[in-house]
Ligand binder design. Sequence first.
Ligand code: COA
Length: 267
Amino acid sequence: MTFTEDALKGRVAVITGGGGGIGFGIAKAFAAAGARLVLASRNEERLQGAIKEIEGMGGEAIAVQADVRNYDDVARVVKTAVGTYGTLDVMIANAAGNFVVPAAEMSPNAWKTVIDIDLNGTFYCARAAHPALKDSKFGGRFIAISTTRALEGWPGCAHAGAAKAGIMSLIRTLTGEWGKDGIRCNTIAPGAIGDTEGVKRIYEDAGRREHELSSIPLGEFGKTADIANAAVFLCSDAGAYVAGADIVVDGGRNRGRASPIVTVPNK
Ligand code: COA
């Protein structure tokens, strides 16, 4: 147990992509901290497994099958959350799609697919949740998942890099517009998180595991729990004055990359 059992007590959270990976890691940490959950995903079977596990640990969660590319689906998720629990305090736009393909070979539909899931899906989550978040007695929280790669460029993932850069801009805009509504908008930028599909696809399947590891100052991949802890902090009372921030949770990878140590041999 990292946070107290009541750190998120009384709060209701929607987590898209909540059936697995980082989303499910956040779900478990939120349940352990007393939040009630609505997990949304395209994959109903995965969702049911996730709900069972949350219930097994004494948590409360329901599943809503939804594709974040479809605004009506996202609106239905929000409606179900408010209809079931009477409130919505936290929206975590976590659902994402990504695959490695050089830009010169990327089909227009491949580009559009990732932009639709990552960028459009994040806006849909924000837009649909806004009225409920505004009414939250805790001060609403909107969290989107980004990446430090968004600003440095992401060879092999032009679509996801551009989408995540768009998400960072969106969060800055929403922070300015929705602060008056008490809504705190932030991004969390995970580094390479070892127990996820993303790392498997982007690094392991591409034969880049060791190369990636060597670029992380802390010397190891992160865990979904590391991202979840940042999310619990942002959504708890302790995170009340944090808005418009990019919380980087990457073992120092971003700094390591930015400042390579060049050794010059003595003459
Ligand atoms: N390389 C190149 N192009 C790819 C691709 C790959 N690995 N995977 C998908 N595409 C292209 C398809 O060819 C298609 O383009 P086309 O119509 O020009 O052929 C387009 O992308 C859409 O693919 P499709 O499989 O129909 O999309 P989908 O909606 O079923 O699924 C994802 C797309 C991204 C959601 C899918 O890859 C997926 O399920 N990913 C798992 C989740 C994930 O990525 N997690 C990691 C997050 S970091």
